[in-house]
Write a protein that binds this ligand. Sequence first.
Ligand SMILES: Cc1cc2nc3c(=O)[nH]c(=O)nc-3n(C[C@H](O)[C@H](O)[C@H](O)COP(=O)(O)OP(=O)(O)OC[C@H]3O[C@@H](n4cnc5c(N)ncnc54)[C@H](O)[C@@H]3O)c2cc1C
Length: 415
Amino acid sequence: MARTDAIVLGAGIVGTSIALHLVKRGLSVALVDRAGIGEQTSYGNSGVIEGSTILPPAFPSSLSGLLRAALKRGSDANYHMSFLPQVAPWLWAFRAASSPARLAETARLNRPLFAAAIPEHETLMLESGATKYLRKTGWLKLYRDEKSFKALQPEFEMAKEFGLPLEALDPTGVQALEPSLNPVFARGVFWPKAASLSNPLVVTRAYAKRFSDLGGLTLTGDARTLHRSGAGWRVETNEGGVDSANVVVALGPWAPDLLEPLGIKLPMGFKRGYHRHFKAQGNASLERPVVDVANGYLITPMEQGIRLTTGAEFAARDAQPTPVQFDRLMPKARELFPLGERADEKTWLGARPCFPDSRPVIGRAPGQSGLWLAIGHAHWGLTLGPPSGRLIADMIEGTTPFVDPKPYAAERFLG
Ligand SMILES: Cc1cc2nc3c(=O)[nH]c(=O)nc-3n(C[C@H](O)[C@H](O)[C@H](O)COP(=O)(O)OP(=O)(O)OC[C@H]3O[C@@H](n4cnc5c(N)ncnc54)[C@H](O)[C@@H]3O)c2cc1C
């Protein structure tokens, strides 16, 4: 049996970043996962370090948008009919958080974490030898019509408020950045302060190796074995029980499996998403992630090929994959970029762990001393892993938190 200062449950980008931050402060730390490091949600994402994200995704505000989603006319969203009764309360809360005023409030509350994302990643990358996977080439969002571009005005105003540069481009301007894109769109917006990774999996693994090199213990075990032991906690692993006064839950979409039996019920929903890899035809190439906003998919260059990721699917976390969005979006993607044959055999499925107010929960678990939460990073867990790691480490160490943690407290969901 081992005794540590902290146990981190879940070795995705969030848990691994937390474990690394804690061990750097001289704490003895065990990082526990039942699978391999970074192999779940943190593997299959679009790889964007979204330093310039402003407004969170919103519930459709127009009847036409709602109908489009309800009738599954677009490729941006999908849902399982049988899941609707279960997800209805979450959707209701998401809708309430989607008013223009609430979206702007969320943008301001999340901003300190987003602002820290790229510098925090760069620090960890430098010490982990992972800088070669970082591309500081920004990201490009494409709009198929002028109307959707004009609707961006509030976001442009907030960008000014946050000091975030952007370039509004016509198709020629977009092609100057990405010559292989066909001009099937009306407008583009280039966000130069975003970055991206060419392989999120190896970056998480590099952070985990740095953690081990600094003396951290990486163990295999089921987080659901967590139980009270004396004044602290114990988790069972393949290497035996580990005791600690502090346990951080960083289980991504699986957090409820541990928390609900402990009486902690938080409104986590899941926006499932898929990816496939493709070869590029001929000499076609991409330098950065590109989003086709109207069709809700993203293409980005990865070491495995051009990764195409889908928008949200509302379905039970563990329901069978239903990658129907590809049928609807592939013609759109192929007209935008000369995608060639598949570069993989399997379609990957992951679940974005989302709270309806689009803010993560980072801080103490309500009613359970010594238990900490770092969950619900939604569309931005890859981005926000390292700043979440710093924040949790500040709180466990008892130093002044580098950002105000109040907006991320779990208590906001409790009566
Ligand atoms: C299609 C798609 C595209 C995305 N694109 C982006 C993007 O471009 N940029 C961005 O910032 N974010 C993006 N995201 C979101 C991001 O991937 C997630 O928010 C992030 O990976 C969550 O990280 P995590 O460490 O919390 O969870 P995970 O990576 O899922 O890690 C949780 C870990 O817990 C472990 N675990 C679960 N249950 C147990 C148990 N019982 N016992 C032990 N271990 C357990 C799992 O094995 C896993 O390793 C995207 C997500 C999807 C689905």
